[in-house]
Design a binder for this molecule. Structure first.
Ligand code: ATP
Ligand code: MG
Length: 440
């Protein structure tokens, strides 16, 4: 992508409304724009990062056996009257009427709708287990939207829903998601700790919130500090192995970790003081097992091996991609801007032409840009006639992992500089070596 033809509206000034660093950097880097309170457009580089986050989530959901579909944002109130949540949900739910005066709502979550899909088609235990998910916008009329897309009113969620014949089956489905979440957050460059959580208005009795420790987090959390040393389950984990997944779950829940609602002082204080961590955190995922809470009122049942009908045991599993993007920034930035993990960076590398219009610089940059693009790299080429200092500042701000810098003096020697955004290390090398560094 040539920057001169791209749309990346960088802000020079620090936006006053931004209270936390991720919000400030997302606005400055031209990733998002607030359209009305708590409602955002994702501008091109923001959208690129969000897509990469969603793809990692998708790959790990698929690996764990979940199946993707897409449900609508607008739902009929009827389904919610069946479950009893239409009245219970309160003001967070945006209620709308269509032209026939029928009550509708902008979905804050999808248990009812997915249960309706399930009950319409699945009649036998032989079709279980089943886990259906989608990545879709939600709306919750939050009383205090803030921190940009960290807590917005319209936000994206990956929400998965599992269906099983028995509680034991449902626990295995829960452990699949538990394991998939550990892998997902790790691939996003984050260490998210599963913490025992309150089951809240969705109800049930088994629930974990995945929380990233950060001073700007809105949750107060308490945990053992050794979580940082735990290994992440491998890519080839067998998701069909009940015992294998149970042992991952047991290990990750063996140490104390709780949100403030579930915090138990006595157990916490029994941990040696040097190993205790009380901190703030950002909730990036939340998983629940809630049994037959929706299947009973909504009549979602299957015929079991005994020939009788059984209400299915369900779980739901959320991740917030539009919250994860700022969470990654909170965890990875410096005074000059964002430092993206390679897995979600908006571009693989940025080529900086320090003197656009200079024939040697132009030729060198074009050559590198073409070679890397041909090799399948996503390259941003800063071909604008901005000052070199502005270009460096922009490249640092948007956090692309590597910069290839072509200035007249180096180019005259057939060389360019390669800068690692994270470490700041710069290395001068031949043009060919620079290309090979990324192509090889
Ligand atoms: P919170 O406690 O932060 O309000 P929640 O517990 O209501 O969140 P869930 O219903 O568990 O949220 O939703 C699943 C995931 O969706 C959360 O873990 C979070 O990542 C994301 N999410 C929820 N609310 C928001 C929001 N207002 N803005 C952005 N992401 C959100
Ligand atoms: Mg939650």
């Amino acid at each position: 992508m040539r920057l001169s033809r791209f749309f990346m509206p960088i802000l020079k000034e620090n936006p006053k409304e931004a209270e936390i660093v991720s919000h400030r950097l997302m606005l400055r880097a031209g990733m998002i724009r607030q359209q009305s309170q708590g409602i955002y457009s994702w501008l091109p580089i923001g959208k690129k990062v969000l897509d990469k986050v969603n793809n990692i989530i998708r790959e790990e959901q698929n690996r764990a056996g979940a199946i993707e579909l897409l449900m609508p944002t607008l739902q009929s109130a009827e389904l919610w009257q069946e479950s009893g949540r239409y009245d219970a949900y309160g003001k967070e739910m945006l209620r709308i009427k269509d032209r026939q005066d029928r009550p509708m709502l902008y979905g804050p979550t999808n248990e009812e709708m997915v249960t309706d899909i399930f009950r319409s088609y699945v009649k036998s235990y032989k079709n279980l287990p089943l886990n259906l998910y989608h990545i879709q916008l939600k709306f919750r009329d939050e009383i205090r939207p803030r921190f940009g897309t960290m807590r917005s009113r319209e936000f994206m969620m990956k929400d998965a829903y599992s269906f099983d014949l028995t509680r034991e089956g449902a626990e295995h489905s829960y452990n699949k998601m538990f394991t998939a979440y550990l892998r997902t957050f790790d691939r996003l460059g984050l260490r998210a700790i599963p913490m025992r959580a309150d089951t809240g208005p969705i109800g049930g009795n088994l629930s974990h919130e995945f929380i990233i420790l950060a001073d700007t987090g809105e949750s107060e959390v308490f945990c053992h500090k050794d979580f940082v040393n735990f290994d992440i389950p491998a890519e080839n984990t067998d998701f069909d192995s009940v015992d294998g997944l149970k042992s991952i779950f047991d290990k990750w829940t063996s140490l104390y970790a709780a949100t403030s609602e579930m915090h138990d002082e006595a157990t916490f204080n029994a941990i040696p003081e040097a190993e205790r961590l009380s901190a703030r955190g950002i909730e990036v995922g939340h998983i629940f097992y809630f049994g037959t809470k929706y299947s009973e009122p909504m009549g979602a049942k299957v015929q079991g091996p005994d020939g009788k009908e059984h209400f299915v045991h369900m779980g739901s599993y959320g991740i917030g991609p539009t919250r994860l993007v700022p969470a990654i920034i909170e965890a990875s930035h410096d005074e000059n801007g964002i430092i993206w993990p390679e897995s979600v960076a908006p571009f693989d590398v940025v080529v900086i032409n320090m003197k656009a219009g200079d024939e040697a610089c132009d030729d060198t940059c074009e050559l590198i840009y073409a070679a890397l693009t041909k090799a399948g790299k996503d390259v941003l080429y800063d071909d604008t006639d901005d000052r070199a200092g502005t270009k460096f500042a922009t490249a640092d701000l948007i956090g692309v992992p590597y910069q290839i810098i072509a200035g007249p003096r180096a180019v005259a020697n057939g060389e360019v500089e390669v800068k690692d955004r994270k470490t700041g290390a710069r290395e001068t090398m031949t043009i060919e070596a620079a290309i090979n560094r990324f192509v090889a």
